[in-house]
Design a protein around this ligand. Sequence first.
Ligand SMILES: [Mg+2]
Length: 236
Amino acid sequence: MKTAAFIFDVDGTLAETEEAHRQAFNATFAAAGLDWHWDAPLYGELLKVTGGKERIRAFLERAYPGVVMSDESIVGLHRQKTKAYGDIIVGGGVPLRPGVRELIQFAKLQGIKTAVATTTNLPNVDALCVAFWGEPAGAVFDVIAAGDEAPRKKPAPDIYTIALDRLGLEPKDCIAFEDSRNGLLSAKSAGLRVVVTPSQYSTGEDFTEADLCLPDLTGFDVAHFTRAPAEGLENP
Ligand SMILES: [Mg+2]
């Protein structure tokens, strides 16, 4: 069985970005005159909600039930947060996770296509790629599926389905890389084989459905899937 593409989640999978996201949210709230502060335990809870705008909405409902904030206000806050996040990333505050750079290089050498399927938005992905590769996302990955392109965010399969359509490939020929349970369920629902590398905020989640679970990508060998296809998959 030949693997035709690797599809990567971004936050937590390519890099431990969640602390940068949390800092950017808090800086944005302070600049807007809001006395909201998301500490690490609260942010861990809020990460169960995928998508930044959705996360702000979920926080409001939880912390200030009955308080109404317009969609426009949330979109405005989120736009400021995206800018603050980009500044942190471009400043070089977050490294790639171990093995990521090497695996993407390996894919290019082997003719394996690369894609991202993420609920984070394109400016955030571009900021990361510029910081790590010196080029925007479109120059690093063959296909980008990001942010609000998917009507339903992870754990729905939509963003992976969009990435697969753009790759022009069947899910059985691709491998997804994820760090969270929501991401794992999303990729599995799209029919993909999934490698999970738990991150700072997702350690301890249930990854039972993963085809492979590793501490990081330094130990990943694509031959794992060539030698021993999971039950129910096509034989090589
Ligand atoms: Mg993730």
